[in-house]
Design a protein around this ligand. Structure first.
Ligand SMILES: [Zn+2]
Ligand SMILES: [Zn+2]
Length: 559
């Protein structure tokens, strides 16, 4: 350590997402005097939108606080390449403009995103290796190899003159992963012996007891299933799960089957994996076009769509609309995945589509065809034992996970465990830990090509529209406030008639006309007054007939 600790300096954690919600993992670590801190940002991930935000596929953490501190940020460090940890970098980097550090595999996938964003020449992406600490201002950051569900996952040991914090990233303990590297248990033990002040740890699987099965266990099950199958076998899994792809390929080779890969995301990941030396023993894969020419018992398809994503390969196969791939009665589909909460309906629709074609479906409820990449209770306890942290801060999970993680840590005898929320600035060292400040934290929506605020952005209005439709009324006024032409009305998303055979549009137009006629001359001088009177009248009339109030816009033209 070069820098010396000076009185009053502290190490803080500021989560900007990923606390109490799924996705959007982004954590800033600060060091220094409270009014003069240096920062590193660990991970910068997205969250995926759902039907609550119409038209929004991707949600980003709002880093406004960090943008204001831009000159104090040493780097963005990525623990691994999952979207919920890396997906926001290409969107938010132009607002931060700081160097990025990650391992080779994450760098490969990030490069693709930067090219799409036209940023590949601007962003300095530094490739890191495990074991060699990075010096970033007052921080020394060491990548520690762990096991998870994507290549090259790492925990971080972050040391400053005040102490050492271990940030778990996403990890599990798997002593038999299907791709290298091995989990570095020795390094965790050594860190614990040297002294860990705080452990900021993955909570995703804290509700589950015991130890999670290994990837090797899943590989064995897949080998048995594929070995016994007579027809075609299709295996769908997470596009980035290279270890699982390796297991499916092994199962195919053992059964003398060719491997066809479908889904752009999976092909991109396979390319990135090969670029960093993985999947060497997998042999070559065939393209989608080859699928139709192979005998059923010589075919294994590995594809995207395990979450029921409507545009992914599996959904199109289930619908019978895939241009190159069709399955028949007697074929089998294996969901080598778990359904992420929120995706149950979409996955159910795909499974029903397959069942309707007489295709056998195997899920993780039927056989050990999936294991999580996150730690169960006994794995967490093993970490506590190695690291012996003075403080535990749960992260990466919903509120119920974070709360359960607190209880587990206390049961295990960790002296202090604190749950914080996005925007809390938590002093980690020196003890005692305490929330010492609040920073604004929120979310942004990616809307088409634009980044817009989430709270007051367009999705809010679209939500309203989806509930009750929209009415436009236009009126043309003469110099004295008299209507020069009849009012006109256009609507969308409204029922056609008023329930009594009349047209709802006409009822609303009449209400607007009556309201205009009833306006005294004095109020016709103000466009705002006219608008308000007509809007109220139309909404009231709609409510009386329909029981709903549409969005109403009034356009006034002056002659
Ligand atoms: Zn994650
Ligand atoms: Zn992950």
């Amino acid at each position: 350590m070069t820098a010396r600790y000076r009185q009053g300096e502290e190490m803080v954690l500021l989560p900007l997402g990923g606390m109490g919600e799924i996705g959007m993992n982004c954590y800033a670590y600060g060091y220094g005097h409270p009014d003069d801190r240096r920062w590193i940002i660990v991970d910068c991930g997205v969250k995926f939108g759902d039907e609550r935000d119409p038209g929004i596929d991707v949600i980003l953490p709002d880093l406004a606080y960090m943008e204001a501190e831009r000159r104090s940020i040493e780097a963005i460090i990525l623990t691994h390449a999952h979207e919920d940890h890396l997906g926001a970098v290409a969107w938010l980097w132009p607002r931060l403009k700081v160097p990025v550090y990650c391992t080779a595999f994450a760098a490969e996938l990030l490069r693709g995103k930067l090219i799409e964003a036209g940023l590949e020449r601007k962003v300095a992406v530094n490739v890191v290796r495990a074991g060699r600490p990075l010096k970033l201002g007052p921080f020394a950051v060491e990548f520690v190899a762990v096991t998870h569900s994507i290549p090259e996952p790492h925990a971080l040991a972050i040391t400053t003159p005040a102490g050492t914090v271990v940030h778990s990233g996403d990890l599990k303990i798997d002593h038999a992963p299907t791709i290298p590297p091995l989990f570095d248990e020795d390094r965790f033990r050594a860190l614990g012996e040297a002294g860990v002040d705080a452990f900021v740890c993955d909570s995703t699987n804290v509700l589950r007891e015991g130890f999670s099965p290994s990837e090797a266990d899943v590989a064995r099950t897949l080998k048995t299933i594929v070995g016994e199958a007579r027809g075609r076998v299709a295996i769908t899994t997470f596009a980035s799960h290279v270890g699982r792809i390796a297991s499916t390929v092994e199962a195919a080779r053992a059964a003398g089957r060719e491997v066809v890969v479908a889904g752009r995301a999976m092909r991109t990941v396979i390319e990135a994996a090969r670029a960093v030396g993985l999947l060497k023993a997998a042999g070559s894969f065939l393209s989608e076009e080859a699928f139709g020419h192979l005998p059923p018992d010589k075919t294994l398809l590995v594809c995207t769509g395990s979450q029921g994503e409507p545009r992914a390969a599996m959904a199109r196969i289930a619908e019978g609309t895939h241009p190159a791939i069709a399955l028949d009665r007697g074929d089998m589909v294996v969901f080598s995945s778990r359904t992420i909460p929120g995706n149950e309906k979409a996955v159910g629709a795909v499974i029903n589509g397959l069942a309707g074609q007489g295709i056998e479906v195997v899920t993780s409820g039927d056989a050990l065809v999936h294991t999580s990449g996150h730690p169960r209770q006994d794995e967490l306890k093993a970490f506590y034992g190695w690291l012996q942290p003075a403080l535990l801060v749960p992260m990466h999970g919903e509120m119920r996970h974070l709360e359960r993680h607190l209880a587990l840590a206390r049961e295990a005898g960790i002296r202090e465990a604190i749950r914080i929320e996005a925007g809390d600035v938590l002093r980690l060292v020196p003890a005692p830990a305490a929330v010492v400040d609040k920073a604004p934290a929120g979310r942004l929506h990616v809307d088409g090509r634009l980044i817009v605020p989430a709270a007051e952005g367009p999705a809010r209005f679209r939500r309203k529209l989806s509930f009750a439709g929209i009415v436009f009324i236009s009126l043309v006024l003469g110099p004295k406030g008299q209507a020069r032409t009849p009012l006109t009305l256009v609507s969308d998303g409204l029922p056609r008639d008023d329930g009594g055979a009349g047209r709802l549009d006409e009822v609303l137009l009449e209400a607007a006309e009556d309201a205009f006629d009833a306006l005294p001359q004095s109020r016709r001088r103000s466009d705002a007054d006219i608008r308000e009177a007509l809007r109220l009248a139309v909404r009231r009339a709609a409510d009386a007939v329909w029981g709903k109030k549409p969005v109403v816009h009034i356009a006034i033209h002056h002659l």
